[in-house]
Ligand binder design. Structure first.
Ligand SMILES: C[S@@+](CC[C@H](N)C(=O)[O-])C[C@H]1O[C@@H](n2cnc3c(N)ncnc32)[C@H](O)[C@@H]1O
Length: 254
């Protein structure tokens, strides 16, 4: 379904609503972005090209653009309605921002972005993929990273022990999700309201875009990611931060 995005809506308001909604679900979201930026700086001598996969509204691209003023920052996402928010959020960075609409499940997306990259980053997006798709993606990331380049992902990474996973989810509910929303949208509420503002049938649009859900809300365990990253051509693979069933993990391209 092709959508036409209106030019004159209050973009700043919708960017804010997206961030407040995501901040509600994802504890320490800003801190995650800061850690990713710091790890890029610590591991790379020079940063001239960074890619954010599943960039959505450009929330992680923003601190990367701020921290590395000489870098070109690419963002790939398949959702035109979120890319419109990214475009508006990041317009002040001019030609350093490259937004690409592509489906990461389909062959050929790596030909559209112009690597090699010093870093590939992602936030809360890769758990949308099936284990087979994600294993393929790790190989593709290695293919467009320069040797010595870094991959970093902040996302759900669950436990293979059911009891531990349940405990982490209970803690998340207790300390974050159960607090008062104070007018913050939930996921469905954001999409309903944003769809109305865009004047598109958002449920139909999103259903066609995503197809059936093949991801995992709790994410694959870290050990799984480590094995797939190693098989994909990464070394110095590690977990750099963890909170309950969320982690920042990644590795260096051999
Ligand atoms: C929860 S959002 C996170 C967005 C952004 N990284 C952030 O932290 O605000 C997940 C993102 O992954 C994108 N995504 C999911 N599956 C995708 C696919 N197959 N191809 C491209 N983007 C995808 C979605 O469109 C969405 O923007």
């Amino acid at each position: 379904m092709n959508v036409s995005i209106p030019k004159h809506i209050d973009w700043r308001r919708w960017i804010k609503r997206w961030d407040r909604m995501q901040d509600f679900y994802i504890p320490a979201r800003k801190e995650r972005f800061e850690i990713i930026v710091q790890l890029i700086a610590d591991s790379q001598k020079k940063v001239s090209r960074v890619l954010d996969v599943g960039c959505g509204t450009g929330s992680l691209m923003m601190p990367v653009l701020q921290e590395f003023p000489a870098a070109e920052v690419w963002g790939v996402d398949f959702d035109a309605t979120l890319l419109a928010l990214a475009q508006n959020r990041l317009s002040k960075f001019g030609g350093r921002v490259k937004l690409v609409r592509a489906d990461l499940r389909k062959k050929g997306w790596t030909d559209i972005v112009s690597g090699p990259f010093d870093a590939i980053v992602s936030a809360t997006a890769l758990h949308w993929f099936s284990p087979a798709q994600l294993g393929r993606l790790y190989k593709q990331f290695a293919g467009i990273l320069k040797p010595g380049g870094i991959f970093l992902n902040a996302d759900h990474a669950g436990s293979c022990c059911k009891g531990i996973q349940q405990d982490w989810q209970n803690q998340r509910r207790l300390y974050t999700l159960n607090r008062k929303r104070n007018g913050v949208d939930d996921w469905d509420g954001f999409w309903r309201a944003y769809g109305q503002a865009l004047k598109i049938d958002i449920a139909k649009f999103r259903k066609e875009l995503m197809g059936s859900w093949v991801g995992s809300e709790q994410g694959q365990p870290l050990q799984w990611h480590f094995e797939k990253l190693k098989a994909g051509g990464f070394e110095a693979i590690d977990c750099f931060w963890r909170l309950e069933f969320d982690a920042i993990y990644g590795g260096i391209r051999k």
